[in-house]
Each structure stands twice: as structure tokens, then as C-alpha cells.
Write a protein of this length. Structure first.
Length: 73
């Protein structure tokens, strides 16, 4: 029986300012609160109620959320 669920390490993050997308590997031991868009340079911050930029703008939630833990609390 597997005790650790499979974590999806990569997420495609989409800039709400310019629409640029980039595949990024998420940190597994910390939340990422800021992200510099590689398209327009905008600094992305989490939306209210989200713990990190991947939960706000990514295609996959951050690793702590994926395994059912609270993120950075």
C-alpha cells in the first residue's frame, strides 16, 4: 500500500496581465508568494484566500494542497 500520494511537481502558470504561460516546477517545501512573469515582468501575488501563486494562477495546486495539508499555515 502506498503511503505517499503522487505529487504533480509541475504547473503551467498563466499571467493575468499578458496571458503568457510558463511551465514551472513548484517548490515542495515552501509556498511561492511571488512570481515574475517571463512575458511582461508583472509580479504576481496570490489571490485573496489562496496560499500561493500556483494555487491562484497555475494549472495544478501546490504540493501541500495536493496532499491535503494546509499550505504555509
Amino acid at each position: 500500500m502506498e503511503t505517499n500520494p503522487k505529487i504533480v511537481p509541475d504547473s503551467v502558470i498563466r499571467c493575468p496581465e499578458c496571458g503568457h504561460t510558463e511551465t514551472e516546477t513548484m517548490p515542495t517545501n515552501a509556498c511561492q508568494w511571488f512570481y515574475d512573469c517571463k512575458g511582461c515582468g508583472a509580479v504576481l501575488k496570490p489571490k485573496p484566500g489562496d496560499c500561493c501563486v500556483f494555487c491562484s494562477y497555475g494549472t495544478v495546486a501546490c504540493p501541500p494542497i495536493q496532499i491535503g495539508d494546509a499550505c504555509c499555515t
